[in-house]
Design a protein around this ligand. Structure first.
Ligand SMILES: [Fe+2]
Ligand SMILES: [Fe+2]
Length: 471
């Protein structure tokens, strides 16, 4: 396997020490990064010991090492998955040709934009979540939040390495700007919409890690197919970290649902709210919101950009090897489009539908999670169920943008939609309820009333473990 130099100033498995110019450039970026982390990372916990995992190798077995770390001392580094010998481009017009080790001139601008757009989401989510620690439902959850945060910071490193190593001066400028934009700042916002919405409660956080991090997974899967090999190898390793983020989201919502079901059973009117829990209809509205915001991140249903990324071999489909036709020139992709105020099915040339192909794989993955939540409800004897809204509901990008579709996917009159909005999206009242439940639980082994304990702790440790030392 490739050697991981953990003692270097910047831990890496890319022989950074061999390239003094690059090493120097990244070492100059490092203090700016740390400055950003101190300003915009988790507020109020920088000096605390947190039980974190750190990458120490990139092979499947035991890449992670667990120990108490103060977050600013986390070993952020550059880790690429193992190279595949004689790797070939697996799709598009250059299919079968050797993958590129260096960025090809004709794709330079496109690749830079793809890398910057992906890279921008990483620090953005840290910024969105920076105050959440003060209302953690348990130390276990607090530790998971910080684990996600430091790894998003590392994902920024992963993208910045590509910018510095492959894009010269433009790349270094982009790397600086990644530290200058700020989530939600009207003057210099983060690039994508969902990354400018604040995440100021834990229900938002769990929905974000369930749905928005999962968009990240699918973007990374598509980039892991890239003919630009350093990007493919970087994203492959990022995916191993990303899996934990989605675990946090999926099990987080699951534990909320489980607790709500328990509280319903304790109440004479099956009223979770009366017992200090979050009612299922409120959970459903948060689900609707974050699912819709995350769907937008895949881009338009019909996209000439997506077609050209695919044609050029820059961005493939998730798990491209599962498809039989890697040229995608012969087929179409069926989707409902609005014509004269009505939905009609139309065939879109497959390459132009690549965003939708990726989105559909994502939706299927989300559905698996929702099924798991519903299983908990079934086991608890609660008859209500959660469901994913239609892909057309509350969209701001693409074919259905700004159109009044209800969660079942029916097109309504604008006024009807407006009147019924609070049935489908978090209302002021819902937000007040969720906010009222946010209070820090700081004793090891204790948990807030509105969420169930996890089935197990981290890395074989019990839930009661002191995952963050607060004193
Ligand atoms: Fe990430
Ligand atoms: Fe993530």
């Amino acid at each position: 396997m490739t050697h991981v130099d953990l003692n270097a100033k910047i831990p890496n498995n890319v022989d950074l020490g061999e390239d003094k110019r690059l090493q120097r450039a990244l070492e100059q970026w490092l203090p700016d990064y740390l400055e950003w982390w101190k300003q915009m990372g988790p507020e109020g916990f920088q000096e605390k010991d947190v039980w974190l995992r750190t990458a120490t190798s990139v092979d499947a077995e035991g890449w992670a090492h667990f120990d108490y770390v103060k977050m600013p001392d986390y070993r952020w580094g550059i880790f690429l998955a193992e190279p595949t010998s004689d790797r070939r481009i697996g799709f598009g017009d250059s299919m079968g040709q050797p993958a590129w080790d260096a960025v090809p001139g004709e794709h330079r601008n496109t690749l830079r934009r793809l890398i910057v757009t992906q890279g921008d989401t990483e620090p953005a989510s840290v910024e969105q979540q920076r105050l959440l620690g003060h209302t953690c439902p348990s130390l276990y959850d607090l530790r998971n939040l910080f684990q996600v945060n430091v790894e998003e910071g590392r994902h920024l490193w992963a993208m910045v390495y590509l910018l510095h190593s492959q894009f010269g001066r433009d790349g270094r400028e982009e790397a600086e700007e990644l530290l200058q934009r700020r989530s939600g700042n009207p003057d210099k916002p983060r690039i994508l919409g969902a990354f400018n919405a604040p995440i100021d409660n834990w229900l938002d956080f769990f929905m974000f890690t369930m749905f928005t991090d999962r968009d990240g997974k699918y973007q990374l899967l598509a980039l892991a197919e890239s003919g630009f090999d350093p990007l493919a190898r970087t994203t492959r390793f990022m995916l191993t970290e990303e899996a934990h983020h989605m675990f946090v989201g999926e099990t987080g919502v699951e534990r909320v649902v489980q607790r709500t079901a328990e509280l319903m059973k304790q109440d004479p009117n099956e009223d979770a709210r009366a017992q200090g829990g979050i009612p299922l209809d409120v959970v459903q509205r948060y689900l609707n919101l974050w699912f819709a915001l995350s769907l937008d991140l895949f881009g338009g249903e019909i996209s000439s950009n997506a077609a050209s990324y695919f044609a050029a071999g820059l961005k493939g489909r998730a798990n491209e090897e599962k498809f039989s036709d890697h040229l995608a020139l012969a087929d179409g992709y069926r989707m409902p489009v609005v014509r004269d105020g009505r939905l009609v099915e139309e065939d879109v040339p497959l390459r132009n539908a690549m965003n939708e192909v990726l989105r559909d794989a994502y939706v299927e993955d989300c559905q698996r999670g929702v099924d798991r939540w519903n299983k908990r409800l079934e086991e608890a004897g609660v008859s209500q169920r959660l469901r994913l809204p239609s892909k057309r509901f509350y969209r701001h990008i693409g074919l259905y943008a700004e159109m009044p579709f209800d969660p079942a996917g029916a097109l309504l009159a604008e006024a009807d939609w407006d009147r019924r909005r609070d049935e489908w999206l978090p209302s002021a009242e819902d937000k007040a309820l969720v906010a009222s439940l946010q209070a820090m639980v700081r004793e090891p082994g204790r948990i807030a009333n509105w969420i169930a304990k996890p089935a197990r702790g981290i890395k074989g440790l019990p839930f009661e473990y002191e995952y963050v030392r607060l004193d």
